[in-house]
Design a protein around this ligand. Structure first.
Ligand code: ADP
Ligand code: ZN
Length: 743
């Protein structure tokens, strides 16, 4: 054996042309390939995308700069050759290092991390040049002129290049008419020139800042100038001008010729943000989010890789784009849960942004009105710079918040708004201002039950009730997407007409509002009711322009919007979200959400009000919201975390074991737990059946690993997993370092 290996090593050394290639699959290793034929080897270098034979298939992989993992040694004579190098910009070296870092930290296979970096399918497909048609001014009239032809020529006479179908649509005719005019020589087919991102100017518009803002601007600018790693927590109340302030840091990076990334929680990629950006920089940023078309994705990916994209505004996955020259990352609303990805590679994008800054030696700015406990602790220990904006730019006071004790002030039966909130909405309407009613629950009612037998309608595949969506007249599972039409009779006892809706969702609140205030104009904002991003932006724009009197919405209204006429925010169910026993962040999250949503009130002028309906007015979260005393709430939360060795004072990892068969999942979970190596600094809790015990028909068991801060929890888990029998068949194990979901 020994000698065989030695022999292989010698052969290897004698064959310098081996190329390690990483494939975007769930594997933690590179495979060696031979160099392609000389004429196909142009562009071969670390980071290059190559086509390689892999089993019976051809796959796209990335050339790595060193071998990763321990593959079985293969005799060089049996190695296959790389087919070709793709005409795609290579991943910069720093992307390779970043991918390795994430894989090591999250325990995800390196191949899966690299796959995230390739999430623009069309980049790797041969681009078909796109053609359009242009008007030929000097051509004679077509031999046969029809009204349709005339309309096409009228539209086209501006000499812009249009795709045939777009031209036909604009002229209100079929593409056949356009083809006819090409045949007659009145239109000519031309290749559509590649689009380029807008030109941005660092000093397009100069702002005048308040003293506090100016200090913050200076701090962030000097962080960019320093060209070294640092993290600043930009901590300012809603409306304090955080966006304007961090734009100056972006301007500085632009002026220095570096790329900048602004990360936003997905839904906040609003038209409002985009137009503010354009006003400041004289052009639009490059956008990156899940609603992009494949073509736009590919384009954005290339623009980033080629350095044409100077500023990217994107959701969490924008962090994995191939920036050759990144010099600044801003994470706006850094506390937002949307930064945690919970499938395949479990990562927290805010934390990974900090890692990227440290690898790339540049500053990272975390902005929020309600920073996460983690960032708060880092700021108070001096690990992060704490940049504070204490007041609203407009000078308006923060809204006055009151609690409505639902035990004393009960809504009428079958209604959800208590009398004080109803009166407040009336007063606001009378003043011609907007009210917002917030309920973080989509649909009409969270539970449907049979009055006759008490049967509750559950999802057949999940441990969850089906939620009625009345507009669509269906019951939906919010976990797996299962749905069925609202039944006429109970499936259990057969009683007809006895099914009743229990509890409110936003649709039900909208129904109550329509009955109570028939003259008011309503806007209902819920992701499932609005088909896409474009429509969502339109609805939000309408609200900004005062086209609604009462807005009813889920958490999408809580984020980043600036509604100038909004003066009252009513929280329909302040307690929602508190009752999540095992989740150490439930209190923090509820505080953030309620603070953000009530903070929408009265941003432009004085007299904003927030009202929170609650059955627990004495709960520390309610007390903190009502008193506005953020600091003492934070101090208390931090004490609780410290005592319980919870993040950021200790470290957590969650293991979820699942299978279609309950016993199989349970036994495997027990076996895995038994294999856990003993360590004084580690506690393994469980296995316990997950609170969401079944999802999509899979039974789920959880283990929670608690470790002290200084312990390398990854090494511990890696060693543990080596002692665990292989996970095979229908079993699945997912490992989530720093979990945010405890369901
Ligand atoms: P935040 O991000 O902290 O919620 P914004 O940056 O959105 O605050 O600012 C709130 C409002 O105040 C916005 O309409 C913004 O344009 C305006 N604003 C803030 N600072 C300035 C400034 N220095 N000059 C002009 N307008 C400002
Ligand atoms: Zn389901």
């Amino acid at each position: 054996m020994e000698s065989l290996l030695e022999q292989l090593d010698e052969e290897r050394a004698a064959t310098p042309a081996l190329v390690p290639v990483l494939l975007p699959v769930a594997l933690d290793q590179t495979y060696d390939y031979r160099q392609p034929e000389a004429d196909a080897a142009a562009g071969l270098r670390p980071g290059a995308f190559v086509l390689v034979p892999f089993g019976p298939q051809r796959r796209i992989g990335v050339v790595w700069d060193q071998a990763v993992g321990e593959g079985k040694p293969v005799a060089p004579s049996r190695l296959k050759a790389i087919d070709s190098v793709l005409d795609v910009p290579p991943l910069p070296e720093i992307s390779l290092r970043f991918a390795e870092w994430i894989a090591r930290y999250t325990l995800a296979p390196l191949g899966m991390v690299v796959r995230m970096m390739m999430s623009a399918q069309s980049v790797f497909e041969p681009a078909s040049p796109r053609f359009g048609v242009r008007y030929v001014a000097e051509a004679a009239d077509p031999p046969r002129m029809t009204p349709a032809r005339q309309r096409v020529l009228d539209v086209a006479s501006d000499s812009l290049i249009r795709v045939k179908s777009a031209l036909a649509q604009e002229a209100g005719c079929s593409t056949g008419v356009v083809d006819g005019l090409v045949a007659s020589g009145n239109l000519v087919e031309v290749a559509i020139p590649e689009r380029r991102p807008a030109r941005l100017e660092a000093d397009h518009r100069a702002n005048v800042f308040t003293d506090d803002q100016q200090r913050a601007v200076e701090t962030l600018r000097s962080a960019v100038d320093a060209k070294t790693f640092s993290v600043s927590l930009l901590d300012g109340v809603t409306g304090s001008g955080k966006t304007e302030v961090y734009f100056e840091a972006v301007a500085r990076a632009l002026a220095q010729g570096q790329q900048a990334l602004i990360m936003l929680p997905e839904i906040a990629l609003t038209s409002q943000f985009m137009s503010r950006f354009a006003e400041r920089f004289g052009g639009a940023p490059v956008e990156w989010h899940s609603a992009l078309s494949p073509l736009d994705r590919a384009r954005a990916w290339r623009w980033v890789a080629e350095g044409q994209a100077r500023v990217v505004v994107g959701a969490r996955s924008a962090l994995f784009l191939p920036y050759p020259d990144l010099g600044l990352v801003i994470v706006d609303e850094e506390h937002d849960q949307g930064y945690k990805q919970d499938d395949r590679v479990h990562y927290q994008a805010r934390d990974m942004a900090v890692v990227r800054g440290s690898l790339g030696a540049f500053p990272v700015v975390l902005a929020s009105a309600t920073p996460s406990i983690e960032s708060h602790v880092n700021a108070s220990t001096g690990r992060y710079r704490h940049v504070v904006l204490p007041g609203r730019y407009s000078g308006a006071e923060l809204p006055e918040i009151t609690g409505i004790d639902l035990r004393a002030e009960q809504p009428d039966k079958g209604r959800w708004l208590a009398p004080p909130l109803v009166s407040a909405v009336e007063e606001t309407l009378a003043k011609g201002q907007q009210s917002l009613l917030f309920l973080n629950r989509r649909g009409y009612a969270p539970l449907t039950l049979c009055r006759a037998c008490g049967h509750r309608i559950e999802c057949p595949q999940c441990t969850a009730w089906l939620v009625e969506h009345r507009f669509r007249n269906r019951l939906h599972c919010h976990h797996c997407g299962f749905s069925l039409p609202v039944p006429e009779k109970c499936a259990k006892c057969g009683e007809e007409g006895g099914l009743v809706a229990c509890g409110p969702g936003v649709e039900r609140v909208a129904e109550e509002v329509a009955e109570r205030f028939p003259a008011a104009r309503l806007a209902l904002l819920s992701s499932d009711l609005i088909p896409g991003l474009v429509e969502m932006r339109q609805v939000i724009k309408g609200i900004e322009n005062g086209e609604a009197d009462i807005i009813i919405g889920t958490q999408i209204v809580a984020k980043g919007h600036h509604f100038p006429d909004l003066s009252l925010v009513g929280v329909v169910d302040g307690d929602l979200g508190l009752a999540q026993g095992a989740d150490p962040r439930a209190g923090e999250r509820t505080f953030q959400l309620l603070h953000q949503v009530t903070g929408r009130a009265g941003r432009a002028y004085a007299g904003g009000r927030g009202m929170v309906q609650t059955y627990n007015p004495d709960h520390p979260v309610m007390q903190a919201i009502i008193s506005g005393d953020r600091e003492s709430f934070l101090a208390q939360e931090i004490r609780v975390r410290q005592r319980g060795l919870l993040p950021p004072f200790g470290r957590l990892a969650a293991l979820v074991i699942s299978a279609r068969d309950k016993t199989l999942a349970e036994n495997a979970a027990r076996e895995i737990a038994r294999a856990a190596p003993y360590s004084e600094k580690i506690q393994v809790l469980g296995p316990a059946e997950a609170p969401l015990a079944i999802i999509r028909g899979r039974h789920r068991w959880r283990l929670l690993v608690k470790a002290s801060r200084e312990l390398d929890i990854q090494s511990y888990i890696r060693a543990w997993m080596e002692a665990v029998p292989p996970i095979k068949g229908d079993l699945r194990l997912s490992i989530d370092i720093d979990p945010y979901s405890f369901l």
